[in-house]
Design a protein around this ligand. Structure first.
Ligand code: SF4
Length: 398
């Protein structure tokens, strides 16, 4: 901050006097030279209060009047300002009360939160020892409380329950109950359970993944890399549309559409495979941004006969895996599942944003080229991973 850099990634805020620590995803230097906190979130809807407290806490630590920014998964942004002060102060008071208490509070496991928490090594063994239900993928805190009210208070008990006779509990109804029971069995035996046919479309598959930067002057995310792995899926069959900055955002978008048109002509039964809904929602947001919803290629991409295929869907619909998260890396890195390893172990989508922002600021052409090579390598590994996942699904479940 003293150096006045534009963006700080994973900042470490420490207020020794008041014993406060905060780790905002980003600190962004404002034109008045103050820093503005920002976090990336999938959506605002679920945990609105928690997000308000989180951003309110960073604002308090920074002593800034600037609102905190929430970058949402669908490309939108939300601002959190003084309206969050009351809940933030209440949170701090309650936390101080907890810290003063000799008893640990009763808490649930949350895979995304606990993995990133400094208390992980303290809390996880306790959760495992008592077979806390929320350790299971798909069993949220409120579902766990509902199961406990039914007398199902451990993973062993859930694994031994017949889901057909189990009453509905919050967020666990119908087939979700079957999945929860199988997830409990998988916790102990490490097996994969198949709950339905794994249906993959026929055609010529092109694997597709994007990298985007939310830290732009306009506030609209910039897709700096549209990456594709085309048949016959070798390392040299990795194709890209790259743009150097958000000034070229429109060119990149048109380059992407041109690529799709080329694939459409080359592959009569094109399947544009990606993992999760992010690629489709980004295409929709770009079409809106440039008023191109009626463009022929956009309608082809987003219409009823869309070539886009989300590979996460058959996984979530038909398989129960011995995992606590169902991200691409969770499945692909697991040695008993796809067993594909990324060349750079540090890499990830936030890592890629950081490398790209370093790329933007770098003036040495050799270092700049090295950063671009690293980003391209990460994206290439992502599309190779979705290809390996496709192969694994075909070989194992068909
Ligand atoms: S690791 Fe412990 S302290 Fe951290 S979020 Fe999880 S339950 Fe809370």
């Amino acid at each position: 901050m003293k150096q006045g850099v534009d963006v700080i990634y994973q900042a470490q805020l420490f207020d020794e006097k008041n014993s406060l620590i905060g780790n905002p995803d980003f600190l962004i230097r404002h034109e008045n030279e103050a820093y503005q906190p920002a976090d990336a979130k999938l959506s605002l809807s679920e945990l609105k209060k928690e997000i308000q407290v989180q951003l309110g806490f960073y604002r308090l630590m920074l002593g800034t009047e600037l609102p905190g920014i929430v970058f949402l998964g669908d490309g939108r942004e939300a601002l959190i300002g003084d309206e969050a002060n009351a809940v933030t102060n209440q949170f701090i008071t309650e936390m101080r009360g907890l810290l003063d208490s000799p008893d640990e509070p009763l808490v649930r496991y949350s895979h995304s939160k606990c993995l990133a928490c400094p208390y992980y090594d303290h809390c996880k063994p306790g959760f495992v020892e008592k077979e806390e239900l929320s350790l299971l993928y798909g069993v949220q805190g409120r579902s766990a409380a509902g199961l406990e009210a039914l007398g199902i208070d451990t993973i062993s008990r859930l694994a031994a329950t017949d889901p057909r006779g189990m009453a509905d509990v919050p967020y666990l109804k119908g087939s979700k109950k079957d999945r929860a029971v199988l997830q409990a069995k998988s916790w102990f035996d490490g097996k994969v359970y198949q709950t339905g046919d794994v249906v993959l479309p026929d055609g010529q598959w092109v694997h597709f993944d994007i990298e985007d930067n939310p830290l732009t002057a306009s506030g609209e995310k910039h897709v700096y890399l549209w990456g594709f792995l085309v048949p016959a899926y070798g390392d040299d069959q990795f194709e890209t549309v790259w743009t150097d900055s958000d000034d070229q955002d429109y060119d990149g978008w048109l380059g992407f559409l041109e690529k799709v048109e080329g694939y459409q002509a080359r592959y009569p039964e094109l399947v544009l495979a990606h993992y999760s809904s992010h690629e489709r929602s980004t295409i929709a947001s770009y079409a809106r941004r440039y008023g191109m919803e009626a463009h022929e290629t956009v309608r082809y991409l987003l219409g009823d006969d869309s070539p886009l295929f989300d590979l996460q869907k058959p996984v979530l619909e038909s398989l129960v895996l011995p995992l606590q998260g169902y991200g691409l890396k969770d499945i692909c890195k697991h040695p008993d599942l796809v067993n594909f390893q990324w060349q750079d172990e540090e890499s990830g989508s936030q890592w890629s944003v950081v490398q790209f922002n370093r790329y933007l600021e770098e003036t040495d052409p050799v270092v700049k080229a090295g950063l671009k090579t690293a980003i391209l390598g990460y994206n290439r590994d992502d599309v190779i991973a979705t290809r390996r996942l496709e192969e694994w699904l075909r070989h194992t479940f068909n």
